[in-house]
Design a protein around this ligand. Structure first.
Ligand code: GUN
Length: 296
């Protein structure tokens, strides 16, 4: 029985439409335009593509987009001074510093210098702590997108067995916290996990976020499981460049109940959730009710 394919592209469009509705209301009823500042240091080609896409989508939902493109040799002091300026700018509600940063810059120091209320990536240690203690926080965009898709597919996740494969600060760890917050029984598996097949086979929900092309085959899965594939890996096959996930889609879609494809699954949800976080940050900053359905 072939799995239902969860259409992340279509779902992201519904999230953006909700964001646009909230932005329009903030403008009409309160005269406020949410603003997102993106900081890019250096000329990493992949980062340039992401930043351009973020800016375009920010404007499309009616928000103000500000881009700061800094030279690769920018000093830490200059970058921190820019963040300080953005922290104190009342027209900026969200700040995102594109990662990775050039090696001479201390990523942790830079991220932790962002005002946590404007940290739309949810990477600041205060937001990490708030999420892990079940308090209101800014939630990292990719795991938030995965959670939205899971809630949409299942309704309640309460009591489900979930396995997150990968333990990164950006996806694996916050994903596990979010699933725990929705009352799943959560296991985090990683490269040193013993009998990983058995661990995955127990799961009703599998979130794969390891960055290894097609590492998770269908025969690791419990029949009917919901599979969320966070991987975006570029490979060459039959002389052609191809994007594949961390899950072997061909075999997994024969066993799973539902699965996200690559491309067109989790990928489009990340920027949609960045926009959602920005409108949430703007509402909170102005003491207004949070937009429904756009937060954890
Ligand atoms: N680089 C790759 N993904 C991300 C992300 O989600 N946020 C930031 N700031 N940088 C990234």
């Amino acid at each position: 029985m072939a799995a239902t394919v969860i259409d992340g592209k279509a779902f992201a469009a519904t999230v953006r439409a909700k964001v646009a509705g909230h932005v329009a209301r903030l403008k009409e009823e309160h005269g406020i335009t949410p603003g997102l500042a993106v900081v890019l240091v250096g000329e990493d080609p992949a980062s340039q593509v992401y930043v351009r896409s973020k800016g375009k989508q920010t404007v499309e939902v009616g928000m103000k987009s500000v881009e700061h493109k800094l030279d690769a040799s920018t000093s830490e002091a200059d970058l921190l001074a820019l963040i300080d300026q953005l922290n104190n700018d009342p027209e900026i509600h969200g700040i995102l510093v594109q990662l990775p940063l050039p090696k001479h810059l201390d990523e942790d120091l830079v991220i932790n210098s962002i005002n946590p209320a404007k940290d739309v990536d949810g990477f600041h240690i205060s937001n990490v702590g708030l999420l892990s203690t079940g308090q209101k926080s800014m939630v990292p965009c990719t795991p938030l997108g995965c959670l939205m898709m899971l809630r949409d597919h299942h309704g309640s996740l309460s009591g489900m067995d979930a396995v997150v494969i990968g333990r990164s600060n950006i996806v694996g760890k916050p994903m596990a916290q979010l699933l725990l917050g929705d009352s799943c029984t959560v296991t985090i598996a990683h490269s040193r996990t013993k009998n990983i097949e058995e661990v995955v086979r127990r799961a009703d929900i599998v979130v794969a976020a390891v960055g290894r092309p097609e590492m998770v085959p269908g025969d690791w899965m419990k029949p009917g499981a919901t599979v969320i594939d966070v991987g975006i890996n570029r490979i060459e096959r039959d002389g052609k460049n191809k994007l594949v996930g961390d899950v072997d889609f061909a075999s997994a879609s024969e066993v799973a109940g539902a699965i996200t494809p690559v491309p067109g699954g989790v990928g489009p949800m990340t920027i949609a959730c960045l926009l959602a976080n920005t409108v949430t940050a703007c509402a909170r900053a102005n003491g207004l009710p949070e937009p429904e359905g756009l937060t954890a």
